[in-house]
Write a protein that binds this ligand. Structure first.
Ligand code: G16
Length: 617
């Protein structure tokens, strides 16, 4: 059952400096690390390296809240898709999204301050520059604004002690801490967004705790499913297809498995109330403790290896239908779908396929009200990892706008917000959501007024009911596996599709992803959208030659051409490689050539990479 958060009040020491200095001194910088860097999604390291930076980030989160005049912010303790020994922190700004880019620099400076004296000096500078009640160098002289920090954590064994450090540090700054305990990353972002209620569009009910989060989502999901029972043209979703009647959820042995199970209770209640239209049976596997976190299971493994997850839960052996499956990652902010066909072949439906399904659904519904499609600008944001076939399909078949942004939610989220009134963003790894802007809400109000009094069976009216529930169903702060799962399931239900039908919309170009370990991955830099390496210059020249070679070997007709790019990971100590070609052998060859180039030109460590051979199931 959802638990209520614990509230800790800030310490009321007249001058917090002594306590802050003591905390900082007690958690010195590890000698094995030259500098902390802010990665793709915040600080992420092997857990024993983190106490120093977590104390400072507890202080920093309070500072950030102070700089926003007391608006509430969040800190999530998680290393998401990484292996169990790693941990990290994702910082949520008051709008619920990722920390403002300008403040990342301050976070890095505070994390790397050589000692408590320098750290305190920086804290005072930030306070005086960014708060109206800033102390100009002495926090004991003036009253600080209200500061509120929400804390959440994943199920890693070290997340609890690390969270305790963050709580202590925030309280030492005088901040009120709201400790949500074990939650998913998107839940924590949701709590922060809802805590600052003035930022919520009026269409979304304000619910700042876990039971509220579950209720809003489940009710919106049920409302969307119910629109399938109305009938009318294009409305096939009256009955669930047998192949989608049970949805198996691989929880990656992490927090998502525990949280999705809470929806069972709500679904049971809905069934008891007679609201049964289309609700599937949920069957969760891979709970915390069943197996190692993210190891041979979960979204990262399934998507990168293009293999089904291992099923660790003892009762799942032989009892799981593989027709309709989904995998979350370790903090449940990513989701991919997959199934085994009648011939036992594995099929993956990744973030690209989700972007296609969701964007075409929303556009179809909008066009039922606005056939010209001019009132609201829709589009999709992808990254360089998007399969070339998906981008072509989006442009040529869905006929939507496509923008390519840098890897990382903070970039794709910002691009969706900036370019579109309805911006669908999904990274191929399954991290994504849909953002609705002010013009969308104006469109809904105008449609409401226009369609008032028309029949419930009127197709435009059905479209309006569908579109109206989306902002509450779809997490508006960050990608959310549970929310995306319900959105996708509802769309499949309304379309009368199963995973096989959805999968056949287009065929992915064969692709390969790999990693290479080098002494210092920061020597590799890329262009703005990461499609080409800028340094070392010799790397891109050699990569281009390998791509040209592959293009001349494979005739690609009008389809996407073979391509390959490399970039340093911002979450793991590795350089990532992505290759796609017209054949799996071509993609494997290209990826292997890129790995060898990185190994030779960028200081590879350990044994040289081995040739890649993909064996499909
Ligand atoms: C994080 C980010 C994602 C990003 C992923 C991989 O995911 O939130 O946006 O795609 O890292 O980043 P990189 O390739 O730089 O390692 P998560 O789920 O691990 O938080």
């Amino acid at each position: 059952m959802p638990v209520s958060p614990k509230i800790y009040h800030g310490n009321s020491t007249p001058s917090p400096d002594a306590e802050l200095a003591a905390l900082i001194d007690a958690h010195p910088k590890p000698s094995s690390l030259s500098e902390y860097s802010y990665g793709t999604a915040g600080f992420r390291y092997e857990a024993s390296l983190l106490p120093c930076v977590f104390v400072r980030m507890g202080i920093f989160a309070a500072l950030r809240s102070a700089s926003l005049g007391g608006e509430e912010v969040g800190a999530m303790i998680t290393a998401s898709h990484n292996a169990e020994p790693d941990n990290g922190m994702k910082l949520a700004d008051s709008h619920g999204g990722m920390l403002d880019a300008a403040w990342e620099e301050h976070a890095v400076s505070l994390a790397n301050a050589p000692d408590s004296q320098h750290a305190l000096a920086l804290i005072h500078t930030l306070l005086s520059q960014h708060t109206s009640t800033g102390d100009g160098g002495n926090s004991s002289k003036k009253k600080l604004p209200k500061m509120v920090v929400h804390i959440g954590r994943d199920t890693r064994s070290h997340s609890l002690p690390l969270a305790a450090l963050v709580i202590r540090a925030s309280r030492a700054m005088g901040a009120t801490v709201i400790d949500h305990g074990e939650v998913t990353t998107p839940q924590l972002h949701h709590f922060v967004m809802h805590a600052n209620g003035h930022m919520l569009p009026s269409i979304i009910p304000q619910r700042c705790n876990e039971s509220g989060y579950c209720e809003i989502m489940a009710m919106s999901y049920a409302a969307l499913l119910r629109t399938g029972s109305v009938g009318g043209k294009g409305n096939v979703g009256k009955q669930r297809l047998h192949s989608t009647s049970t949805l198996v959820i691989d929880g990656a042995c992490g927090i998502g498995a525990l949280k999705i199970n809470q929806f069972q209770h709500i679904f049971e209640k809905l069934r008891a109330e007679g609201c049964t239209v289309g609700l599937p049976t949920l069957h969760t596997v891979n709970f915390p403790g069943d197996g190692p976190l993210n190891d041979k299971c979960g979204a990262e493994y399934v998507q990168k290896q293009q293999l089904p997850p291992r099923l660790y839960t003892p009762s799942s052996k032989g009892a799981v239908s593989k027709r309709y499956m989904t995998s979350f990652d370790g903090d449940a902010d990513r989701i991919v779908f997959h199934f085994e066909d009648e011939a036992g072949k594995f099929h993956l439906l990744d973030g690209d396929k989700i972007a296609v399904l969701v964007s075409s659904f929303i556009q179809d519904e909008l066009r039922c009200i606005d056939p010209e499609g001019k009132a609201v600008k829709c589009g999709v944001v992808q990254t360089a990892y998007a399969n070339g076939s998906s981008t072509l399909y989006l442009k040529n078949v869905v006929k939507t706008n496509v923008v390519i942004a840098k890897t990382g939610v903070k970039f794709v989220h910002a691009a969706a917000h900036h370019h579109f009134d309805v911006g669908v963003y999904f990274e191929a790894n399954g991290h994504g959501t849909v953002l609705f802007g002010p013009k969308f809400y104006d469109f809904i109000s105008a449609a409401d007024a226009k369609l008032r009094g028309t029949s419930r069976h009127n197709r435009a009216n059905i479209a309006l009911r569908r579109l109206r529930v989306l902002p509450a169903l779809v997490n508006q702060s960050v990608g959310d596996a549970m929310s995306d799962m319900m959105l996708v399931d509802a769309i499949l239900f309304l379309r009368g599709w199963d995973l096989s039908t959805w999968s056949k919309l287009y065929s992915d170009m064969p692709s390969k992803q790999a990693k290479v370990k080098v002494a210092d991955r920061s020597i590799i830099t890329t262009n703005e959208n990461e499609t080409a390496a800028v340094a070392p210059a010799a790397l891109q020249i050699a990569l281009q030659a390998a791509m040209d070679d592959m293009i001349s070997q494979e005739s690609s007709g009008n389809g996407p051409k073979p391509r390959c790019f490399v970039r340093p990971s911002g979450t793991e100590d590795a350089v990532r490689v992505y290759a796609e070609a017209n054949t799996q052998k071509g993609a494997d060859t290209l990826a292997y050539e890129a790995m060898m180039l990185i190994y030779k030109l960028c200081g590879g460590v350990g044994a040289p990479p081995q040739p890649l051979i993909t064996n499909r199931l």
